[in-house]
Design a protein around this ligand. Structure first.
Ligand code: NAD
Ligand code: GLY
Length: 366
């Protein structure tokens, strides 16, 4: 790839008066001019966690020299994505006397982003919000589109709101400090875009997975940009998930059941999604919608990305089914799943024989 591929990319999430830009590039934390136009008052609260703050907080504070800046550092981990920790965040905002003019900035992965976004949606009935995602998963998925939430012991992301940020700044240089396991978890969501609506991107991923795993800057920027382009188009078409946005949940009904069933934080979100994606492919093949060759391509790409393609044996099939039945896509008591009618062609359906779903769950365990 040429150096053109390393230049700043700007995409747009088209939502009328709530439209916002996504900036993608290498080294953006040194560019305050990308951030400050999206801060309307003089007050900023940066929310991060105990891992990301020591790495990047100072740099973000330095971008905000002319503002009153507060910081709050949350504990790190999916198990802290709770109402109790959210309450601590509200306490920090109130103790530091932030008014409704404050802009909340999320600096971190999807956990920090989802919690900060929900806090921004609620604090004094809603304050502006900016996302600075620092994991691959957050850069390609969770920072874009305005889904915010915390987990409940009975179900993943069950308490939340749709609340769009004012802008998203994805600095791919921050991914250098991410460990390999977390990096791979992000690739699960990248592969998802190819599978649901972008066959050409899936082909590109098959050819370029090695460069991506080596974190080649040009490959990384291309993968983040193409993923965000897909996400931005879907969100612009269906912000509140009445239709095509549900495709973005490929593998998620299976995956959320794994995350909840195993205990939050045991399986990484992206790992659970990868296993869930394989299960969705397996069920699609049982329904005769996907040819075996495509199932093998999906399995091989997920494995190449060092992702699991089977669920945990420790989670009984009955328990999986129970957990899948509290998914947000459940309607009138029936489990609705995102399945595949080919690579690049997703569909949402509850029209499947439950015995086939059971067979998938039984087969896809290690
Ligand atoms: P995460 O936020 O837990 O981050 C993963 C780990 O990487 C954490 O330990 C974090 O501290 C660390 N980290 C973050 N940035 C780093 C960096 N640059 N260098 C080193 N370490 C770094 O997990 P995630 O995978 O980013 O996000 C998963 C969460 O996102 C889940 O809660 C999931 O439900 C949510 N999600 C939300 C949406 C949405 O649309 N809102 C979409 C997908 C996932
Ligand atoms: N990650 C699913 C969505 O944003 O809709």
């Amino acid at each position: 790839m040429t150096t053109d591929n390393l230049q700043l990319k700007k995409l747009n999430v088209a939502l009328a008066e709530r439209s916002y830009p996504l900036y993608i590039g290498h080294g953006l934390l040194g560019r305050p001019e990308l951030l400050t136009p999206y801060i309307s008052g003089r007050e900023v609260m940066i929310v991060s966690n105990t891992t990301v703050a020591p790495l990047y907080l100072e740099r973000v504070v330095a971008m905000l020299a002319d503002y009153r800046v507060g910081t709050v550092v949350l504990p790190d981990g999916e198990q802290y994505k709770t109402l109790a920790v959210l309450d601590d965040l509200f306490s920090a905002l109130l103790e530091q006397r932030f008014s409704r003019q404050v802009t909340i900035i999320a600096l971190g992965g999807g956990v920090v982003g989802d919690m900060s976004g929900f806090a921004a949606a609620c604090y004094q009935r809603g304050v502006p919000f900016v996302q600075i995602p620092t994991t691959l998963l957050a850069q390609v998925d969770s920072s874009v589109g305005g889904k915010t939430a915390v987990n409940h012991p009975l179900g993943k992301n069950m308490i939340g709101a749709f609340y769009q940020p004012r802008c998203v700044i994805a600095d791919t240089a921050t991914l250098d400090t991410l460990d390999d396991r977390q990096f791979s978890a992000g690739i699960a969501e990248v592969i998802k875009y190819g599978l649901i609506r972008d066959r050409e991107f899936f082909d590109w991923l098959e050819l370029n997975m090695a460069a991506l795993l080596a974190r080649d800057p040009a490959a990384l920027i291309y993968a983040v940009e193409r993923s965000c382009q897909n996400k931005a188009e879907v969100v612009a078409e269906d912000e509140h998930e009445q239709g095509v946005r549900a495709w973005l949940n490929l593998g998620h009904t299976f995956g959320h059941a794994i995350e909840t069933g195993m205990g939050y934080g045991e399986w990484l979100h992206g790992e659970a999604i990868a296993a869930g994606t394989y299960m969705a492919a397996d069920l699609s093949a049982r329904l005769g919608w996907l040819v075996q060759g495509d199932v093998e391509r999906i399995e091989s790409l997920l494995k190449q990305a060092r992702l699991p393609v089977r669920g945990p044996k420790a989670l009984a099939v009955e328990r999986m089914l129970e957990l899948m039945a509290v998914d947000k896509k459940v309607q009138d008591g029936s489990i609705r799943l995102v399945l595949l009618q080919g690579i690049g062609a997703a569909t949402v359906t509850d029209q499947f024989d439950p015995a086939l779903l059971r067979a998938t769950l039984e087969q896809c365990r290690t």
